[in-house]
Ligand binder design. Sequence first.
Ligand SMILES: *Cc1c(COP(=O)(O)O)cnc(C)c1O
Length: 489
Amino acid sequence: MKDAAASLANVYAPETFRVAGHQLIDQIADYLASVPTAVANPVQDPADLLAAYREVLANGTSPEMLFSKYLAESLHVHAPAYMGHQVNPPAPLTALCDLTNGIINGSTAIYEMGRTGAVMERIVIEQFAELLGLAPTTGGFMTNGGTLGNLTALLAARAAKWPAGDPWQAGNGDLRPCLFVNEQAHYCIDRAVKIMGWGTAGVVNIPSDDQFRIRTELLEPAIAEARARGLTPIAIVGSAGTTSTGSFDDLATLAAIAERQQLWFHVDGAHGAPVYLDPERRHLLAGMERADSLIMDFHKMQMTPGLTTGVFFRKGTDAYRTFHQRADYLLSFDTSEEDQYNIGRRTFECTKNMMSFRVYSLLACYGAEVFREYVVRVNAIGRQFARDIRLHPDFELALEPDCNIVCFRYRPAQSALSATELDDINAMIRAQLVTETSYYIVQTRLHQRVYLRCTFTNPFTEGEHTQEMLKHLTSMGKALLEFRKIPLL
Ligand SMILES: *Cc1c(COP(=O)(O)O)cnc(C)c1O
């Protein structure tokens, strides 16, 4: 017993922490200083990596060695050569918040457990409601990711728009509810519908136009058709922007249709809601302020670690509907000050970390302006890159980018390639790029065809990086064409 006590005392010893902590901060600062020239994607075979981490466990290690290995072998989102998925490089200050949260371990479900996080959460929602031009009645909370945020908002939509009875208590019964969404929407909307038990018929996918925006002229006919088929429309979901291409649905038109049809209007702004902060791009979000609910990820375009998501309700009290039986909602609807501090009533999570600290710290120490500066900068990188692609004879732009997501593909002007050959070559040069150079990009399918996809989340990615990346792709493409003996025209 004595030994166990000594061993636990060692685990918790402040002086041990002080030494390891100072070392770690130095290691991370050195890492951040070195990362501008780093390979974004240090490739390792998954089986090798698994074996290596098993070996560490078998042999034991020190915190210093462990952190050093972990830093070196992870994907480096702070490298300017990182142009891959939507996750942003967190501001270092937010990492210090996470370190502190890791010690305090507060939980915002109940005020007493997470007092500091709870008040900061309310302030962050208030501040961003204002920054995003939302109504003064707006209220909300923070949650673990856009996926959960969308589900939570759609549960509120269901509670608000259910024609009769209480789905929370009685389930869906004979009703066949559905929502309407751009076919390009994130897959989590489909998941939310399935989790609510609405089945496949519960998602009506509306085709998109050549810019991958929802074709709004098809929406009201689709609603009428769904009603004629015996479905009960509940909500319209707008994408701002879509995940593959960063395209923004026409939110104002969607809002007008939702109002006319008396449906809930939800906006999935996981990626693109912050684009509102960019004065040149703000028009893309016209109508967002009319949404009944809106979600936004801070970990994609607002410099925080994941998961950090805001859920906003135009009528702040709607947030209380989600996990509430209707009778209770009507009879003892408590939105008192006290209840606002106990956030667990409105969130999916019970124990929920105090993620608001990350955003609050940036607001408090740097001011709201840095959020705008970040968005303006990454959008500008996207635009510059799109310009380079447009002028390049060997590449083709999928569409003019609305924000920091750019889809393009290698398509040499001088050769005759079938659609399948183009797909193969693009997939191959991406694979080669991410294994043989310092660059990290991803790929997607648009209209069934393979496209390369960059999301510029690193504000320090410069034209020299993107141009060098294109040079690599061009020479890899050329080599492949020669190898396959594809004739030049
Ligand atoms: C990323 C994304 C999501 C999912 O958000 P998570 O935070 O990864 O759960 C949902 N919708 C859109 C449009 C997204 O871009």
